[in-house]
Design a protein around this ligand. Structure first.
Ligand SMILES: Cc1cc2nc3c(=O)[nH]c(=O)nc-3n(C[C@H](O)[C@H](O)[C@H](O)COP(=O)(O)OP(=O)(O)OC[C@H]3O[C@@H](n4cnc5c(N)ncnc54)[C@H](O)[C@@H]3O)c2cc1C
Length: 365
């Protein structure tokens, strides 16, 4: 029993690392299992809104040390990129990060906070017992804990093993397409392109240094998304939003935008489902880093209480109420039909501000 960690965290992405940081701060013993030895690969921009930046700081993450660059204000574009409006209220800001560096910094921070981080090894078998959970790792080792946080991403293998349904198995998972561009060096910035049709298309351009990323999210079919991407890219280039050049590699990935709201439960036997695995991504903006991290923090709080409770499982069940209280509005689509509002947005500064706040703060219109 003494070898068992208070919390095993499966997955060292934003959700798992935030959970580990919070659990360490609460005095719990933590072990993170992350299958990647190193993030490596191509650098990629990611944006974080004010809530996420504030959460990172409250977890002790220094923006300078994690390579975060602040942006101030938002630019909203029409779908044809012929018109734009700038929104520059003091609450409209955030960070742009290099995802590789950011995720690495989170993992290191969790280790420095006291978590035992096992990197480069995957969990291959999950056993949930009455009082202990066990993970069999790819190298034959077994780790044991009193609780388990499942933060192993959209297609969470472990969720299935825990009789939970990960967001990646939802009947319809929204799709995101993105491409990266080399651009002349510029300050960090976030621009939004708003589609006016019923598919609820929304695109973002995220800039930092000499890189820009164009991403496009829809709840429609991937064919529809692909059909929209090329004209959008052409319009962005014509308007000077992105540089001319050969067509870059266009990558596709599913995004569990808003799916936390559709899952039956995030609570299994001695375990909780977090981050992308639990569908914690904002439906409107496709922001996933902050909801993932917040779900991790809330889960760590619940686990700390559960470990002191006479019946831990009863306390773990409170995770559903906790995340719905703190995150459900943030994840929900704005309570309006955006297609009706779009014609107004570009003629009305108040409407622009509302769209910006819905996007960056998860506020209702
Ligand atoms: C291309 C792209 C761009 C994005 N841009 C943004 C953005 O700009 N802003 C934003 O807020 N969100 C963005 N998102 C969404 C955001 O990245 C995710 O919502 C967020 O990373 C979710 O964090 P997570 O920790 O839940 O999952 P992940 O980041 O997927 O982390 C899961 C971790 O679990 C590990 N793992 C999986 N299986 C196992 C196993 N069996 N054993 C051990 N480890 C395992 C994986 O290696 C991984 O490190 C983007 C997503 C993508 C794909």
């Amino acid at each position: 029993m003494s070898d068992a960690a208070d919390v095993l965290v499966l997955g060292g992405g934003p959700a798992g690392c935030a959970a580990a940081l919070r659990a360490c701060a609460l005095g719990l013993s933590v072990q993170i299992i992350e299958r990647r030895a190193t993030r490596g690969g191509r650098a990629c921009n990611g944006w974080i809104g004010p809530a996420g930046a504030g959460l990172c700081e409250s977890l002790g993450l220094d923006p300078a040390r994690i390579g975060a660059e602040r942006f101030a204000g938002l630019r909203l574009h029409t779908w044809d990129i012929r018109r734009h409006v700038d929104v520059s209220e003091p609450d409209i800001w955030g960070w742009v990060v290099d995802r590789t560096a950011f995720d690495d910094a989170l993992f290191q921070a969790a280790r420095q906070a006291g978590a035992v981080g096992l990197a480069g090894v995957a969990a291959e078998q999950v056993t949930l017992g009455e009082s202990l959970v066990r993970l069999r790792l790819g190298d034959g080792r077994e780790v044991v804990g009193r609780t388990l946080l499942l933060a192993d991403g959209l297609h969470s293998y472990a969720a299935g093993a825990a009789n939970l349904t990960p967001a990646g198995r939802a009947p319809r998972v929204p799709q995101c397409l993105y491409a990266e561009f080399e651009v002349p060096a510029s300050a960090a910035g976030l621009e939004i392109v708003i589609g006016s049709n019923r598919a609820g298309l929304i695109a973002t351009v995220t800039r930092k240094g000499t890189r820009a990323r164009l991403s496009l999210l829809t709840r429609g079919a991937q064919a529809e998304l692909r059909a929209a991407f090329q004209p959008l890219l052409a319009a962005a280039r014509q308007a000077g939003l992105l540089p001319p050049g050969p067509t870059p590699e266009i990558q596709a990935h599913p995004s569990p935008a808003g799916l936390a709201l559709d899952l039956d439960t995030h609570v299994g036997k001695r375990c909780l489902l977090l981050g992308d695995a639990g569908g914690f991504v904002s439906a409107f903006s496709n922001e996933g880093i902050y909801p993932a991290m917040m779900s991790g923090v809330l889960a760590a709080d619940v686990v700390a209480r559960a470990l002191k409770a006479p019946v831990p499982q009863d306390e773990l069940a409170s995770f559903g109420v906790e995340w719905r209280t703190r995150l459900a509005d943030y994840l929900r689509m704005p309570n309006t039909d955006l297609s009706l509002l779009v014609p107004l947005v570009f003629n009305n500064p108040q409407m622009c501000l509302r769209v910006a706040r819905a996007f960056l703060h998860g506020q209702a219109f």
